[in-house]
Design a protein around this ligand. Structure first.
Ligand code: AMP
Length: 176
């Protein structure tokens, strides 16, 4: 199967360095674990906003593997913890975050451990949709039936959706 995996970092790592270097090292780590890397997006970085002074780096990769979703999730969690992330650590401080965004098997849900594919926040995360559109623009979200390219365009132009919103039902009706 093919999986679309999002990689994110917003902390320095004592060995790997800045967030974008951590993302690069994590990609190499996925390959070293035997996952076939079938596509790699560019790494997007955003400058720190506010007092945290912490920059963010994000990318996505397509991996090819025979591993089923829960086994892949366990592998991703192991890699996250090897990069220094502690369980329960808030998003604001994490060395590495690995999320399964989509896979070639359609919709998937498990309670224990918790795993939902498509990733529930993928449709509103520009830092996932942007890189994903580079390498998986024609992949389809099984829930909305929209492609990644369409979801990315919607996310970039949210106002257009408002302008295209249906007109009120009573529009144009004659007053009694
Ligand atoms: P996160 O904070 O993003 O690392 O996610 C925390 C937990 O969300 C993980 O331990 C997973 O069990 C669960 N989870 C649910 N859906 C997903 C998904 N699509 N990819 C990764 N983790 C997921």
């Amino acid at each position: 199967m093919h999986y679309l995996i999002a990689l994110g970092s917003n902390q320095r790592h004592p060995r790997f360095g800045l967030p974008r270097d951590i993302i690069g090292a994590a990609g190499q780590r996925l390959a070293a674990e035997g996952l076939g890397i079938a596509g790699t997006s560019g790494i997007i970085t955003s400058r720190p906003v506010g007092p945290s002074q912490r920059s963010y780096a994000n990318a996505v990769v397509i991996v090819e593997t025979i591993l089923p979703p829960l086994v892949l999730l366990a592998l991703l969690k192991r890699i996250e913890s090897e990069f220094g992330r502690r369980t329960g650590q808030a998003w604001s401080r994490r060395v590495l975050d690995l999320d399964i965004i989509l896979w070639s098997g359609g919709a998937y849900a498990s309670d224990t451990p918790a795993l939902t594919i498509p990733h529930p926040l993928m449709r509103e995360r520009g830092f996932v949709l942007g890189p994903a559109a580079e390498i998986a623009g024609d992949w389809r979200d099984p829930l909305s039936s929209l492609t990644i390219a369409q979801l990315a365009a919607r996310n970039r132009h949210p106002r257009k959706r408002l302008e295209k919103a249906p007109k009120p039902l009573d529009h144009g009706r004659k007053r009694p």
